[in-house]
Design a protein around this ligand. Structure first.
Ligand SMILES: [Ca+2]
Ligand SMILES: [Ca+2]
Ligand SMILES: [Ca+2]
Length: 196
């Protein structure tokens, strides 16, 4: 009986934990290094300009320890629109998380417009700023593909650096309830085990 309850609680807990797993995740570490890159793993596209895939090993490992990452202003004098999309469900809120750093080459502050669904926010990184994690949330108003994109506003070939992009669905209130219920059940089981 106790084991059965424990398994039930574990199953409920497991369901909640699974929903917190990213729906999309990319650290660019499997991408081939290259200036004005056009081939990316994970569904990315570039339009209206270029981006570079830089990092170790190579002449542009500007922030060692992060594998590969994106220089959002390529090498053609015009930063590209670095875009992707994912399937969303109506009414569900999603959080886009990403790490953004300055250009690391003394080229001043970079401004990056990040779009997610109908939402848009501007982020600025000074040249020497390291990677910092930012988030942008969007509540889907329909079911289907929704885009997210990163657009450096520069044209000097030295853009903000992008790494570790992920999208996670924010659990709905009833999921929190189930999670709490599962945790409470685990507590009951633990108490009974101590008493038994
Ligand atoms: Ca990386
Ligand atoms: Ca560049
Ligand atoms: Ca720049």
């Amino acid at each position: 009986m106790v084991l059965k309850k424990f398994l039930l609680a574990a199953a409920i807990f497991g369901t909640s934990a699974a929903q917190a797993a990213p729906l999309f995740s990319d650290d660019f570490d499997t991408d081939t290094l290259g200036l004005n890159a056009i081939a990316f793993n994970g569904g990315w596209s570039v339009s209206g300009g270029t981006v570079d895939i830089i990092g170790a090993p190579g002449p542009f490992d500007l922030l060692p320890g992060n594998g590969h990452y994106i220089d959002l202003d390529g090498s053609t004098g015009k930063a590209g629109i670095f875009a992707n999309s994912l399937d969303v469900s109506n009414g569900v809120t999603y959080t886009l998380s990403f790490d953004l750093a300055g250009n690391q080459r003394g080229a001043g502050t970079d401004t990056v417009v990040v779009n997610f669904g109908s939402g848009s926010q501007t982020f600025t990184r000074a040249a020497t700023d390291g990677f910092q994690t930012y988030m942008l949330s969007y509540t889907a108003t329909g079911t289907g593909k929704v885009g997210f994109s990163f657009i450096d506003q520069g044209a000097d070939n030295q853009g903000a650096l992008l790494d570790r992009v992920s999208v996670t669905a924010v659990p709905e209130p009833e999921t929190y309830g189930m999670l709490l219920g599962g945790l409470a059940l685990l507590g009951v089981v633990a108490r009974r085990r101590r008493q038994g």
